[in-house]
Design a protein around this ligand. Structure first.
Ligand SMILES: CC(C)(COP(=O)(O)OP(=O)(O)OC[C@H]1O[C@@H](n2cnc3c(N)ncnc32)[C@H](O)[C@@H]1OP(=O)(O)O)[C@@H](O)C(=O)NCCC(=O)NCCS
Length: 139
């Protein structure tokens, strides 16, 4: 598996990984903007994009993963972990932050496995499902 920065030509392959990208205009716009800002990273196996993440330093100037998605047929094979590891190596701040819904146990397990600790919680983003923030000292 290799991980590299994505380019605009990857957009269709990314949409195949993420079913929301095809149907949710807001998600599609977000991915396109992030591609333009060179903030998208893709995991590639046998010339296929099987996962992607969006990472930049727009969160209080800290490294922040705003999205991490692995194709449903390729989960539990270490792709999510590799993507996070890759962007950790690019992080310019002392701590890298990310967040996920309280209900998202797979993402929380991945983060705990990688040494991330809970940093706080924000209500009122998704009604009834608080957003939990995690961070890890990467430098
Ligand atoms: C969360 C997600 C990115 C994980 O990707 P993945 O490639 O399957 O994760 P990995 O194979 O790298 O898993 C690494 C570790 O995370 C934990 N983990 C991952 N998926 C898990 C699950 N379904 N249940 C419990 N633990 C899980 C495990 O500790 C796992 O290690 P192990 O397989 O040795 O037990 C993937 O499930 C996904 O795309 N989910 C939908 C999108 C999403 O919720 N993204 C996160 C918020 S943006």
């Amino acid at each position: 598996m290799t991980v590299r920065r994505a380019h605009i030509g990857d957009i269709d392959a990314i949409a195949e990984v993420d079913h929301l990208a095809g149907i949710d205009e807001e998600r599609t716009r977000f991915i396109r903007k992030s591609l333009e800002k060179e903030s998208v990273y893709v995991a590639i196996e046998e010339d296929r994009i099987n996962g992607y993440c969006i990472f930049d330093h727009s969160f209080f100037s800290r490294g922040f993963i705003s999205l991490l998605i692995v194709h449903p047929e390729h989960r539990r094979r270490g792709i999510g972990l590799e993507l996070v590891r890759f962007v950790e190596s690019l992080c310019e701040s002392e701590r890298l932050f990310t967040s996920t819904n309280q209900s998202n146990k797979p993402m929380q397990s991945l983060l705990r496995k990688m040494g991330y600790k809970r940093s706080g919680v924000v209500d009122d983003l998704d009604p009834g499902d608080p957003e939990v923030f995690f961070s890890k000292k990467v430098k």
